[in-house]
Design a protein around this ligand. Structure first.
Ligand SMILES: [Zn+2]
Length: 307
């Protein structure tokens, strides 16, 4: 299957793409549903890492043994059904690789907020929210060629999962965006540690998210930390795995102290629990079971190479 796309804009400057070298255990669990991750064979090593695009965004490519896998983040709003990846071959041509996205019906959550302004923001708030949304999307769209040694993430904070990923939410009975991260309830001041090495690419005080840190781990893997009581990292700083970046709080739209943790791949917010090592998931058998897998512990098999 060979299709022509005009992809030179995306292909520009990608010649040095390195890909990730990983073992199967370092990859996230496969959950080819909205809010999940699809793992699709896109080529054979020792050939160079293929350059892959999904929905206009560069996609992380990881080598496991002699296979190059695209590790594709699937947005919560993605339509179930047939989709395809574009594997760039030269400046203006691409090979299409089809894959399927299934359905996932996430649970519903009702939240009551005393602060009406956080449910029905005023016009000046809406302007601020739009600006903040723009800088967050810019941060989530980052694709840096930093080398990644693993895609397995630590839990950034001790605590109990108080809000699962993907919940279809109602604030004071008004339908709002689905929950695009994982909430970890912990006392104010609990340390938050980087779940993998990265660079702080965005820091700010946001209307809904409160004090916020965004880390770029490389290859389109970006994580975000919200509602902090304090930020312990400066914009542009490199942080090691386990290094403290701030403390848990309840700034922004929050009813109690907790960490809202988002994980983004190719600008799609995906279920963070898919990225936790199996040892971490065992610590809390209910709260850390991936919602994108519907509470099942078994993952889908990656999509094999066609040949
Ligand atoms: Zn949250």
């Amino acid at each position: 299957m060979r299709t022509k796309h005009f992809l030179s804009g995306i292909a520009a400057g990608l010649a040095l793409a390195a890909g990730v070298s990983a073992s199967q255990g370092d990859l996230p669990l496969t959950a080819p549903v909205p809010g999940g991750v699809a793992i699709v064979c896109v080529g054979r090593a020792p050939g160079p890492a293929p350059q892959v695009v999904f929905d206009g965004q560069r996609v992380l490519v990881a080598r496991v043994g002699d296979v190059w896998n695209a590790v594709v983040g699937l947005p919560l709003g993605l339509r179930p059904g047939a989709h395809e990846l574009s594997v760039l071959e030269g400046e203006r041509t691409a090979r299409a690789i089809p894959f399927k996205v299934g359905r996932r019906d996430y649970e519903t959550q009702h939240v009551t907020l005393a602060n009406r302004r956080q449910v029905e923001p005023e016009p000046e708030d809406l302007r601020r929210i739009a600006r903040e949304q723009e800088s967050l999307v810019r941060a989530f769209s980052t694709f840096s060629d930093a080398a990644l040694d693993t895609l397995s993430l630590d839990l950034p904070s001790a605590g109990r999962v108080s809000g699962g990923f993907g919940l279809r939410r109602f604030f004071n009975d008004e339908p709002r965006q689905p929950h695009s991260g994982l909430d970890i309830a912990a006392p104010e001041g609990t340390p938050i540690a980087a779940p993998a090495a990265g660079t702080a690419i965005e820091i700010g005080d946001y209307f809904f998210n409160g004090l916020t840190v965004v880390l770029d781990h490389g290859q389109g893997l970006v994580t975000m930390y919200n509602h902090l009581s304090r930020i312990d990292v400066v914009k542009g700083a490199h942080v090691a795995r386990g290094e403290r970046i701030g403390t848990v709080g309840q700034t922004g739209r929050a009813t109690a102290p907790h960490l809202h943790w988002s994980v983004s791949l190719n600008n799609a917010r995906v279920d963070p629990a898919l990225f936790l090592s199996s040892e971490v998931r065992k610590q809390d058998s209910t709260g850390l079971r991936p919602a994108a897998l519907g509470g099942a512990s078994a993952a889908f098999a990656p999509v094999q190479c066609a040949e």
